[in-house]
Design a protein. Sequence first.
Length: 531
Amino acid sequence: MKRLLLLLLSACLPLLAHAAPATVERWGVFELELTGPSTGNPFTEVNVAAEFTDGHTTVHVPGFYDGDGIYKVRFSPDAIGEWRYETKSNRWDLTGKRGSFTAVAPSAGNHGPVRVFNTYHFAYADGTPYKQVGTTIYNWIDAPEAVQEETLRTLAASPYNKARMLITQQPTAYQEKYAPPLWPFVGTPPHDWDLTRFNPEFFRHYEKRLEQLLELGIEADVILLNPYGKWGFNSMDADGDERYIRYVVARFGAYRHIWWSLCNEFDFLRTKTDADWDRLGQLVADCDPHQRLRSIHNGHRIFDQTKPWITHVSMQNGAAVDEPGRAEMYRSVWHKPVVYDEVKYEGDSHFRWGNLTGAEMVHRFWCGTVAGTYVGHGDYFFTVVEDTWTSFGGKLTGTSTPRLAFLRDILETSPAMGIDPIDKWQDTNTGGQPGLYYLTYFGREAPTEWTFKLYKNGVTDGQRYVVDVIDTWEMTITPEPGEFVTQKLDNYHYVDAAHRTVKLPGKPGMAIRVRRLGDDGKPTTLLVPVD
């Protein structure tokens, strides 16, 4: 009997040595840690997973090997209450482990993962609107530690709430001075890799940075593959691609702020066909129990965005956001949120894609906004001691960032339903919600006045509105005195009953905001909960 008790206690030691948390907040991360085999190649020879259930929903969650005989399963509960789990494995010492934890109410700032909302827009799982104002910092994890820390400080003071970032390295001139400190696979650069063995130290450091972005409230748009590496990570065979994707999704997928970007400029990676990309995109969807947002980013050729595994469009096209009417067209084709993640960069590069003025970058954001889409930022100024922000983070040098902070403030007070085209066949410069909210951007035009006139949808006689004049560059909002009361003009429009006009300064970059007044005399908003 004594020997039997000792054997039973020994079987329980892995769990006792790594006690799982008793409570986790909703949409937080529950991490189960187990001790198992460390000989052979655990990455390929050992499978571990767990099934979680709250009595209503059962979720199968793949786990991963974290080195030194440690296996982990990470799960993000989407409902409050008790969750029970049981491990599954092809090794006896990892299978059949049972336990439970309680998911409690989320803390302040935890709104859950971002999801597609109202067809073309985004919202957090608790219904809080998410207005994307993103930036790109491809290789910031590969910069020296001091630069990585500087990047976090810069982001904390910026308006950006999403960051596009690579996992596998891409070569830049900066790496001649500072080689990447860690690599995702075991081996020696440039080509001596064991692509069947991941480097847990690399992924732990990456997770540390992911967690810091989460604390800042910044979504992490994680780019799984890229075409530019010279180390062989972009030319793995089908088994290598699948092994890599499954490992990354198992490690990172429980973090609520993760978005998956299958590839940066997919069409520049010549070793894969569209069928390969479709297979890998479907793999991400199939092996991700948390179903994070998914996209694929283009170079010259646009991928078929109708694929069901694609949740939103990640578009590179600077010309599309040169005018609002062009930006809207992709929306109408695919009926998904469109994020222009790359519209060229503000910078001083000799490359034409990296030399926008700050004013031009701001212009493109505003064109995309009133078209009912979203736009991403890039900063491509070289400095003496660092590479560009877009490549390696560090400092922001351009003049667009404060103006994009101003735009984000405007977006945060816009309708939760999102900004949609009001009259896309005739007035492409105006977006909003009919009969409630209007945002008209004049772009490069320099009008000296604007006549109050609203498209007919949602408007009736006698509605009361207030008007603001917005200078997108000087970052000012000037209320127009008094109220505007609607009166039908013709089959298409309503005007102010007193035929009032609004004076404008005759300069580019101006906008008009029109908001309907409620019975309390205050501008109304449209808040529709998702959850």
